[in-house]
Design a protein around this ligand. Structure first.
Ligand code: HEC
Length: 116
């Protein structure tokens, strides 16, 4: 009786291993894309370095409140267009005196003016 039991246990174990093996290897396959995503996200989220110059501090203080400074810093506009943007942002709730807005306008036109 004992000998018979041992013999049937081998095919049962083999069948169990064949069922369990693909299940056990699944998480490993899934983790490959998940590991590559964060590095690209980190690169996208890192704010671009802003050029130094007069008005930079005011620009960063006022214009980084609601969104990244990358949004204005990725654009190129002339003085009229930047003035319209600043009026637009003030209407949205940007808080800065006229004097501070002048500093920001100069900074933007100097560093993010029309493409040459
Ligand atoms: C009170 C919140 C707030 C502040 C402060 C703010 N913005 Fe914005 N800004 C927004 C919102 C909301 C949007 C997106 C809606 C849109 O595109 O009109 C936006 C979009 C923009 C855009 C892209 C759309 C466009 O008009 O070209 C630029 C450029 C921009 N902001 C520049 C600035 C600058 C420069 C400052 C600093 C003077 C500033 N923002 C401060 C709220 C703000």
């Amino acid at each position: 009786m004992k000998k018979q039991k041992m013999q049937t246990a081998v095919p049962v174990l083999t069948a169990l291993l064949m069922v369990l093996y693909p299940v056990a290897s699944l998480p490993e396959q899934k983790s490959t894309p998940a590991q590559t995503v964060p590095s690209t996200l980190v690169a996208q989220n890192a704010p671009k370095a802003l050029p130094d110059g007069p008005g930079k501090d005011t620009f960063v203080r006022v214009c980084s409140k609601c969104h990244s400074t990358d949004i204005p810093a990725s654009q190129h506009k002339n003085a009229d267009e930047w003035t319209n943007t600043l009026i637009d942002m003030r209407n949205k709730g940007a808080e800065a005196s006229d004097e501070e807005m002048e500093q920001i306008l100069k900074y933007l036109v100097t560093n993010f003016g029309p493409r040459k």
